[in-house]
Design a protein around this ligand. Structure first.
Ligand SMILES: [Zn+2]
Length: 286
């Protein structure tokens, strides 16, 4: 019987773990783009699952790849399995948060990228929904190393858009200040109500709004409990709305699609704002 396993079915999302090395070797190095989702399990308040960032990034990448497949049938988009790690030390006072050092994040991203670069692949999109500075530092130092050591072009789409507050400029009028929604608040609760309503505990409706400026020097280096966040969220989860969740989800997907197209065209990516770059440099590896 003829074995067609080596033929790729491009109408389906291509997952790296389902390919054999022969199929991988046969991919066109200049026309294949890999996606590496990497976000930790981290507490997101008493109402959201610890996998909020991981589930979100996994679904965002899936949807972005579906759109990209339609737009660019001559290219091959390959999904690397989501890696459930990241730096979130400030949240480990809560059970379920698993933090690795920024160095480990760097080593993992570098190892994956160099495995591709060593075989002459050209493109990798590093996908995270978790944006702790220590996590980003790991990702960006790995990307820098990969770009200089290999002919591998990389990008991280979400950090620049989030920190430049572009979402606040684009989002529908809501009648309240969304700039203080940081963690497990209105935005993430809305996202989960849209994506995984059965994983959102109904108690979210009664949670009070709590705000903290996590970038302020006063709170830098402290964990959530030390700055009075005993329930583990920052923002106003009670306002959550699945329709906003749908809008936000699609907006994130579009950011990933646009950023991937820019990567392919060799166009300049959005950059992290300076205050984040400065914070990344100032940080010790921990
Ligand atoms: Zn999150």
């Amino acid at each position: 019987m003829k074995n067609n396993a080596n033929k790729l079915n491009k109408s389906k999302i291509i997952k790296l773990e389902e390919l054999n090395w022969k199929q991988i070797e046969n991919l066109d190095k200049n026309k294949t783009i890999f996606f590496l989702p990497i976000s930790p399990l981290e507490q997101h308040g008493p109402h959201l699952p610890v996998g909020t960032d991981l589930l979100t990034i996994k679904d965002v990448v899936n949807n972005a790849v579906k759109i990209l497949n339609k737009k660019n049938p001559d290219l091959t988009f390959v999904l690397i399995p989501p890696i459930p790690i990241g730096y979130c030390k400030f949240n480990t006072e809560f059970p379920g948060s698993i933090s690795v050092s920024g160095k480990v994040v760097r080593d993992v991203v570098y190892s994956v990228g160099s495995a591709l670069g060593n075989h002459k692949f050209k493109y990798m999109v590093v996908c995270t929904f978790h944006l702790a500075v220590g996590h980003l530092r790991g990702i960006y130092s790995a990307m820098k190393k990969l770009e200089s050591e290999f002919d591998l072009k990389t990008c991280e789409p979400w950090g620049p858009i989030y920190f430049k507050r572009d979402i606040e400029k684009r989002e529908p009028k809501l009648g309240f200040d969304t700039s203080k929604e940081v963690h497990g608040g209105f935005r993430e609760t809305s996202l989960m109500k849209y994506q995984y309503p059965y994983l959102v505990d109904e108690s979210y409706k009664k949670l009070q709004s709590i705000y903290r400026d996590v970038m302020s020097p006063r709170v830098l280096g402290k964990n959530f409990k030390e700055i009075g966040l005993k329930d583990g969220y920052i923002g106003s989860p009670a306002r959550a709305d699945a329709d906003y969740g749908r809008w936000f989800f699609n907006e994130i997907v579009n950011v990933f699609v646009e950023s991937t197209l820019k990567l392919l065209k060799g166009e300049q990516q959005e950059e992290l704002p300076n205050y984040i770059k400065v914070a990344m440099k100032a940080l010790f590896w921990q």
